[in-house]
Design a protein around this ligand. Sequence first.
Ligand code: FAD
Length: 424
Amino acid sequence: MKVLIRRVILVVVGLFIFMSACIVHPPAHWTLATTALYISAIIGYCGIVLLLVMYSLGTRAVHGLYSDSPHTVLAVHKWLGIYVPILIFIHPILVTIQYGESLFYSVWPQTSSVFEWYVTFGRIALWVLGGTWLISAFLRGKIAYRPWKYLHYGAYVIAPLALLHVVGNGSNFIQHVSTKIFFFSIVIGFIGFSLLRLRTLLNVDSTSYQILEQSMVAHATYKLIVKTDGQALRVKPGQYIYLKTGILSEEHPFSVAYSDGQKLTFLYRRVGRFTTTLSKLPIGSKLSLSPAYGTFTQEAETSTEPIIYIAGGIGCTPFLERLISRQRPPSALIYCNRSPQTTAELPHLRTALGRRLIELYSEHAPPGTESGNFSSSILTQYFEAPSTYRYFVCGPAGFMEHVGSTLAAVGIPRSHISYESFEF
Ligand SMILES: Cc1cc2nc3c(=O)[nH]c(=O)nc-3n(C[C@H](O)[C@H](O)[C@H](O)COP(=O)(O)OP(=O)(O)OC[C@H]3O[C@@H](n4cnc5c(N)ncnc54)[C@H](O)[C@@H]3O)c2cc1C
């Protein structure tokens, strides 16, 4: 699937390069300088179009319209985020060759003339692009989620600055109507993108729910039940929803544990600023809920193979509805936690699954449960032919890596395993 999507993206990217090449008029005389300018213009237009593609892939407000699988879309966004800037960086290098200037010219702001002002818009766009690229492609794992996210928002100024840069410096834009038409199609695309973004920011696409119940059900783990009096959201088991506590609030994704008509139940762990605020909200508080996203566990509906769900901590939430309310096809849960005190929904799961619940505790394992981390011996001890099962795995990134390598070592084909990460 991933390979197929990458191929499709490559075809689309190729098409954009072709279109950019078509609207840039070739030079009357081919010299090193005119060739450099010609190629740089193609790369410039292509880069702006690709920036728009990346904006739309990276924004729920847009990709939510055509995909309910943000994990896949965001994977493509990340992949483009690594390679597109490299392509765009070639643009100033070629322009500098054409002008016969030093590379310093392309990056150092100058405002000595109107022309230089427009070049400077491009220079600032380049600075922001370079910074965003460094932060996202190389430093993402080294900085916390929130600073990364806010710095990443800086990328939104790149396209408007690049478009302004074209208005003042794009010789093709200034001289040819066809280039102007292409340019204004990009501007319309950007305005459309911004309106969709604004629609989500102002909660226009969300549904208002009210907190009906909220209680701590395990160590730092809360059960939140919300209800709407309006049109209830349509949620399939395994899907997740973005919660906002107000217009200006951040939005955070949470899997729906159970959905029952007008009511939705979430289970969440208090880990940082948003979940702490959420845990303090009194009964009756209003929350804005996005539409439901994701396709995780949906293969379970049609699977003819028995299923093993493997959850690390609060990673059990996408499985609960299927395990407790549906139970078809036959399934088991390997539930990995530190101790029973940190484990959510234990009484319900024990009642619903009986011996098909394998409790695995890394710190305090009471009698009748397993102690330690997930391992191949747990699998072979409880299941006769592990490779005949379908697997769904959810939990922290490190846990999923460990489970993935253990399943591979036992000989489970990759096509039999689905993962959902609680991080984007
Ligand atoms: C698809 C999905 C489903 C999830 N379902 C659940 C669930 O059912 N129960 C549960 O307890 N947690 C769930 N999470 C994780 C939950 O979104 C984060 O724990 C929460 O956003 C943390 O916010 P914070 O401000 O409290 O903590 P922070 O300290 O700010 O964040 C802790 C970690 O959570 C992740 N995170 C933070 N904000 C976001 C965001 N806006 N979008 C994506 N990841 C973020 C980052 O990896 C960060 O390092 C889910 C995450 C995803 C992606």
